[in-house]
Ligand binder design. Sequence first.
Ligand code: CP
Length: 309
Amino acid sequence: MKLRSRHLLGLEETTASEIKLILDTAESFREIIERPIKKVPTLRGVTVLNLFYEPSTRTRISFELAEKRLSADTINFSRALSSVTKGESLKDTVKNIEALKINMIVVRHASTGAPYFLTQCTGSNIINAGDGRHEHPTQALLDMFTIRRKYGRLEGLRVVLVGDVKHSRVIRSNIWGLKTMGASVAICGPSTLLPYEVEEFGVDVYTHLDEAMDGADVVNVMRIQLERQQAGLFPSMREYTRLFCVTKERLKLLNKNYTIMHPGPMNRGVEITSEVADSSSSVILEQVTNGQAVRMAVLYLLSGKQREE
Ligand code: CP
């Protein structure tokens, strides 16, 4: 079994068997990162460019470490330290770096479609590390991997995604992935932060958190961005917190053996209380650990090394 594409742009078109392949492959890499020597020669000779036009802590470091643990050579591009500040375009930037003979590009960009654009003008394998409001596929894959490790399955679980549905690429990727894998998906947020096309998602939509959480197994809480309030999309942070913060009291609504998730970075006390974020049901740091294994799996499956074996 192989992935159909040599790029990972999103999960909307990714099949259940492809997602299963990535998650199963990640299981074997998860074992490697528990070893005393966390390094295998799998991607020796492969050069990966981490092209981050937007800030990132988890995704950037996780990819870099995944590449190093697979013995790939890595180059880290930071927009602020590059000639982009002198006006160089995305295409020229990538073409120039590609002239140094690279094989794969991990890209985060504020513009939706930037990873697709790179598939059209470069010869490298492209991995989307978050593009605009579109998708963040490796985040959703690591979220699904974390859920599957705890429950042994995704099918039939009730997963609630809470937050800024309109602007969240993490929510979009989670919706496509979880639906494909047979989970029951609900989204919840202020009506002003739901996109016009929300009905097309084919999930349950809530504007009241208590209703959304009632009978759920997993709550995945998204960061609310201050700039949304400045844009007038909700009246105040205090009101958002009153209506949408995942608190200890609200956890009583969930099924037994529930799970709390957050992709980070968190606004503690805004969308999630510290009490909940640091509770025994929270897998927030496990998500980060699992992210490395999932990204190792994605790099390996897209690299072409699997085909050589
Ligand atoms: N979850 C996530 O994408 O975090 P970073 O922005 O820190 O990469």
